[in-house]
Design a protein around this ligand. Structure first.
Ligand code: NDP
Length: 479
């Protein structure tokens, strides 16, 4: 006999969403000119209208950031800057439930994840960097480090608040001021963060938020008053940005796509590995740059492993992201859903075998069931391209070297996973893998103290940890 979970919906009464938003410039909310709707991807309900930043909005934000840099922030001691970061972190903790509910409404991710992962980690990034602000001379980065000045920061929709924290916390701690653009579909928590900046009495202009689409992002990238660009998003846009800044003095960090291999050797603890594979690909609907989207499985355990994986996938609860029992929420946008569909249809056409558990998907909103493809070969598009959805491509191997060769056969190099009970095998494999982050017998573990970033088409530079500090300092090497 199995027991069903009773619905456990989180209340949305804690958030108050304005019908229309402007930008946050020079410490104030200023009206926008053009607006576009932002919707709840789980229901298609229009939540609010977001301003689309124009050239004059970006000019005003850069001017405010420069004024704050020259007049206040660059003159302030690290100890004083740190106090503001601590204050922001504490307010984020105090308003954690509000942030979590708003993130889930705007993004479609399960409340369990926004509540237990996104928001606590975002606050942790501010706490961590607050600690560095007055200890920079002990970070091994030189004794007279200098910030860049004004940082332009462009972030994606998969972890809206967390990516903001990854960008804003180190920039401010190192002494920069910022102009940040959230993604078009997920601006609401950034605008709530602007309120937190006001509540923390952060000096006006230190943080400026200009909402908008890719054209607003491009205005920031190409603005002559910006000294540093930090971008997270697709490799395609990353390349456009790299070209745009190539002939300028702007410093740049790019955190781009991935196609991580999660390698399971035949000596792995199978039940734990199944759980790790599930977490690796279905966490955040697979909208994760470091998702374990390729399962590289030793052939002699493949049948047993896949059977257990399917049993576990049958238990994934898909549906209302506001329900505390939900494991897999909505796809963030119709555009992303179409992209997932297109790539999975390519998988069918190229001859891979698709399997999904039976699950009833809501009739409104954007949904895709948890899916695995077996019989995938290295030439298939679903083995090479970032699907950025709840879709796992399974490849098999016979020898450890074959596993490494398959894992490294990708233009990306962001992350990888190794499942084995043998320590020597883990150490050997981790030395062979060309990936910036390698997890062993676990996956998708994030911590502000740990540097994150990739090789090859996965980007330039590191975020987090001591390494990430250098990205916001002049003339200090990234790696
Ligand atoms: P994008 O790379 O287009 O978007 C990331 C951010 O860059 C958004 O804020 C976007 O604005 C902005 N942007 C878009 N074009 C430009 C430009 N020319 N100059 C400056 N900024 C720009 O990602 P998408 O959201 O379109 O997603 C497409 C694919 O990218 C996904 O399917 C996935 O494969 C991958 N992706 C990877 C991520 C990662 O973490 N590595 C994160 C998100 C997506 P806008 O508000 O218009 O989106």
């Amino acid at each position: 006999m199995t027991f069903e979970y009773a619905p456990a919906p989180e209340s949305r009464s804690i958030v108050s969403i304005s019908p229309k938003y402007g930008h946050f410039i020079g410490g104030n909310f200023v009206a926008g000119t053009k607006h576009f709707p932002t919707i709840n991807p789980a229901t298609e309900e229009v939540l609010s209208k977001i301003a689309c930043g124009t050239k004059s909005d970006v000019d005003a934000a850069v001017k405010a950031a420069r004024k704050a840099y020259v007049g206040t922030w660059s003159k302030m001691s690290g100890k004083e800057r740190g106090k503001y970061l601590f204050r922001i972190a504490r307010i984020m903790q105090e308003r954690a439930r509000e942030f979590a509910v708003l993130e889930t409404l705007d993004n479609g991710k399960p409340i369990r994840e926004s509540r237990d992962v996104d928001v606590p980690l975002a606050a942790a990034h501010f706490f961590y960097h607050a600690g560095w602000a007055d200890k920079l001379e002990y970070a091994g980065l030189g004794t007279s480090t200098k910030p860049h000045g004004v940082a332009g920061q462009i972030i994606p929709w998969n972890f809206p608040l967390l990516m903001l924290a990854w960008k804003v916390a180190p920039a401010l701690a190192m002494g920069n001021t910022v102009v940040l653009k959230p993604a078009e579909t997920t601006s609401l928590t950034a605008l709530l963060f602007a309120q937190v900046c006001q509540e923390a009495e952060l000096p006006a202009g230190v943080v400026n938020i200009v909402t908008g689409d890719g054209s607003t992002g491009a205005l920031i990238v190409n603005h002559p008053g910006i000294d540093k660009i930090a971008f997270t998003g697709s490799t395609e846009v990353g390349k456009i940005i790299a070209r745009a800044v190539a002939s300028t003095k702007k410093s740049v960090t790019l955190e781009l796509g991935g196609k991580a291999a999660n390698i399971v050797f035949d000596d792995a603890p199978i039940d734990e590995a199944v759980e790790g594979i599930i977490n690796g690909i279905f966490f955040n609907q697979g909208h994760v740059c470091c998702a374990g989207s390729r399962l590289v499985l030793q052939e002699n355990i493949a049948d047993e492993f896949l059977e257990k994986l399917k049993i576990r996938m049958n238990k994934i609860r898909v549906g209302d992201p506001m329900d505390k029992n939900t494991d897999l929420g909505a796809i963030n946008s119709q555009e992303q859903l179409l992209k997932i569909r297109e790539l999975t249809i390519a998988g069918d056409k190229e001859g891979a075998q698709r399997w999904s558990p039976e699950c009833a998907l809501p009739s409104k909103g954007f949904w895709f069931p948890p899916t695995i493809f077996t019989g995938v070969t290295q030439g298939h598009r679903i083995a090479r391209e970032e699907i950025f959805g709840p879709v796992l491509s399974v490849l098999t191997f016979r020898t450890p070297q074959e596993a490494i060769d398959k894992a490294n056969n990708t233009p990306f190099g962001l992350s990888a996973g190794i499942w084995s009970e043998k320590g020597s095998r883990i150490l050997w494999a981790s030395q062979q893998l060309r990936a910036g982050v390698i997890w062993a017998n676990t996956f998708n573990k994030f911590d502000p103290t740990s540097p994150f970033g990739g090789y090859k088409e996965s980007g330039w530079g590191r975020e987090g940890g001591r390494h990430g500090l250098s990205a916001y300092l002049k003339g200090v090497s990234h790696e």
